[in-house]
Design a protein around this ligand. Structure first.
Ligand SMILES: Cc1cc2nc3c(=O)[nH]c(=O)nc-3n(C[C@H](O)[C@H](O)[C@H](O)COP(=O)(O)OP(=O)(O)OC[C@H]3O[C@@H](n4cnc5c(N)ncnc54)[C@H](O)[C@@H]3O)c2cc1C
Length: 298
């Protein structure tokens, strides 16, 4: 494997890079072995330069946001994990917001509210980054990123390009970037002028509904499975008697069967075995094949 530390020297400063960094510190599951190199580049140019250097050298790398849809395996990741955490600017341009890949959706939605711009209320409670949300086409309560995104600045084949949303191949919880491997540096969303009181009320209403239904007190990666056409993963899992089903330190949440939670000592292997068991039992009893929504790294 190429010497990643040497490759990044001169591109990132020493305090932007950590070695042998436990990924359990950077995922909402609080699970994951060490990444050989973990870096938080401080700007779009630094991230782009790091990605280009790693690509050119054939070094394995992954770009992550908040790690809220990520299961990192127990052995960790042999290569570099580049986090967008420090690329978090949000700027208003007319009725649009230009958003850095690492800005949280909570911050982005709060900025929209501050400017009385409506349209991002659905996203306020999703604990991901803007880049991760575009990559996943994250959505909730009838809205999704594809509805508001104008364009994303994406690093492909060494050059950063502004790609219109219509060319990002969005479908349910998916963008074409999962196949092309492009890195999102930033993006622009178009919102509508609204009433701040109404935007705030809608945001509070959605977040209260989330808190009532989801096990937000335990580490998880949100819905573990995508919604199968014609049904709901949580309903199928419940009907199969799997509420509370446990493997090691991981359980199907008793509060929301679509969530797998870490009871405090779960290994990634526990979560993967639990997911495999759930998929097998649901397929045997209902005929539905559940597809993981959580992305696996390592
Ligand atoms: C409690 C809880 C509730 C949740 N509720 C919802 C919900 O209502 N709706 C929903 O859709 N999701 C939900 N999620 C899942 C998750 O928050 C979203 O999928 C979110 O968009 C992931 O963003 P992230 O920054 O955490 O991505 P990460 O988990 O860091 O990464 C996810 C994937 O995106 C890729 N990626 C991240 N950033 C970039 C980038 N800049 N360029 C290219 N690829 C990138 C990663 O390589 C990885 O494959 C929930 C999760 C939790 C823990």
């Amino acid at each position: 494997m190429p010497d990643i530390a040497a490759l990044l020297t001169g591109i990132l400063s020493e305090d932007e890079v950590k070695y042998n960094e436990p990924m359990s510190r950077h995922t909402t599951f609080k699970i994951g072995g060490p990444a050989d190199v973990y870096a938080e580049p401080r700007g779009e140019d630094a991230l782009a330069a790091a990605v280009s250097a790693l690509k050119d050298a054939g070094a394995p790398f992954a770009v992550v946001g908040c790690g809220s849809n990520l299961l990192v395996r127990d052995a960790g990741f042999r290569g570099a994990v580049l986090s967008t955490h420090a690329i978090s600017g949000v700027t208003r341009v007319g009725d649009c917001l230009r958003v850095g890949a690492g800005a949280t959706l909570a911050k982005t939605a709060a900025e929209a509210l501050r400017h009385s711009l409506a349209g991002l209320e659905f996203a306020s409670g999703i604990p991901g980054s803007f880049g991760g949300a575009v990559f996943m086409n994250a959505g909730a309560y009838g809205g999704e990123m594809a509805d508001v995104l104008v364009s994303a600045r994406v690093l492909t084949e060494g050059a950063a390009k502004d790609i219109p949303a219509g060319r990002l191949g969005f479908s349910y919880r998916k963008s074409a970037l999962a196949e092309t491997g492009g890195v999102i540096l930033s993006g622009t969303v178009r919102l509508s002028p609204g009433d701040a009181g109404a935007i705030r009320a809608r945001t509070l209403e959605l977040n209260a509904s989330r808190a009532a239904k989801q096990p937000l007190d335990l580490p998880s990666a949100g819905s573990a499975f995508k919604r199968p056409p014609g049904s709901y993963a949580s309903k199928l899992i419940d009907e199969c008697g799997l509420r509370g089903y446990t493997v090691g330190g991981a359980s199907v949440s008793g509060k929301h069967c679509g969530f797998i939670v870490n009871n405090g000592r779960a290994a990634a292997a526990d979560v993967e075995r639990l997911m495999a068991d759930v998929i097998r039992v649901v397929a045997e009893r209902t005929g539905y094949i559940l597809e993981p929504e959580v992305r696996i790294l390592g």
